[in-house]
Ligand binder design. Sequence first.
Ligand code: HEM
Length: 399
Amino acid sequence: MAPPHVPRLPDALYARTAPYYNQVLRTWWVSTPDGVQQVLTDDALSAAHGVPIEQLTARGPIVVGMQASTDRRQDDLRGAVTPQLRPPRDGFAPIRGIPEVATRLLDQIVEPRTGQAELVKEYTQPFAAQAMCLLMGLPVAVASNVWRWLEEQVDTAAPTDPTPLWERQWAPWLALLDQRRAQPGSEVGGLVDYLLRLQAGRYRVDGRRMSDEDIAACCTTLLAVGAATVAASIASTVAYLHQYELIDAVRAEPTLVADAVREALRCEPPLPTVRRRARTAVEVDGQRIPAGEWVTACLLAASHDPDRWPDPDAFKLGRAQGQTLAFGLGEHRCPAEDLAAIELQVGLSEVVRRLPGLRVEPTAVLERRWPALVPGLVDLPCRFDADAAIAVKQQRADG
Ligand code: HEM
């Protein structure tokens, strides 16, 4: 039987065409590598959405929290968190804790000796969310909320609770900040306490003192987007390795892990598109785009350019990768790229090493979350050699 295939996104997302106006999404659609590069780096295009946060009650509060209403607000929030996301090479506490997170979760998968696991809910999602909790200096229990928040954002049913979604999702953070302020000098460090120290030092956001809502916006956005991208990417890397029968090769040769991670990010950037708004009229790929209009850069299409990556739909180890587009470009390029790369490599190498004989369930029909900001696999049912996995666990405990 052919191995289960990694499902594609809609074909339109892979096509490289001249820019056109997408009437349904109400945005200019830019998909060639040059066009995408320009959209991401041209000062005429702004990453702020221009809508006051309070009006964004219906959809996406945690995702838009940092992608703020004005350029200045966004620059200030980004300026606050970025130093904490670019880890120094040695001694960055969250990185030291990441392998432990993987170990704990994989022990829970191995111990029942069933040789079966659903890797998205049992591994990639909790791994990525708990790694973010380490970064933020929060108890790992907070991680379990992240996926519910994201589900709430795509739930189209009429809300039963009249409180706006952004208020509901930020409320626990506001309580947490009060609690943290009441216990100065607590043992727990991390991004949350760092932001509180900035606030106490009168850090300014959009011309006024940083508020608790600003901190909540940073925390919810980072926790949700940081976790969703990493979780989706580890799951699809395992699925591609399985489809192309490369899991054993990567297990036998750990130096292939980084290559596998990079190739999966090319085949499937976790954020397939990013949005901008034209500050002034601008020409992109020969198309004039009027001021004020939305522009979407399709990273997925650009990273399937056959001139740069021959046979672009195929997942191949050993490609000359060059610059990845998955983390964006220019001023807004992902500031957590190094941290994310470490999470992806640890998350992948541990699952492959700790679950010998890892295979996607042969009868599984894999599905994607779509439409979604991060259209990862819904689940990834897998099998592995239960006895061999127990032996690896034992060796680890002994060694
Ligand atoms: C596989 C993992 C990840 C991928 C592929 C990814 C991708 C991206 C991309 C494409 C952008 C640019 C968005 C734009 O231009 O509008 C971005 C921005 C950003 N990412 Fe990531 N990201 C990942 C993980 C993370 C993690 C783990 C964190 C936090 C710890 C993070 C924090 C951010 C922040 C704060 C920005 C906003 C930068 C700005 O607007 O200036 N990302 N990311």
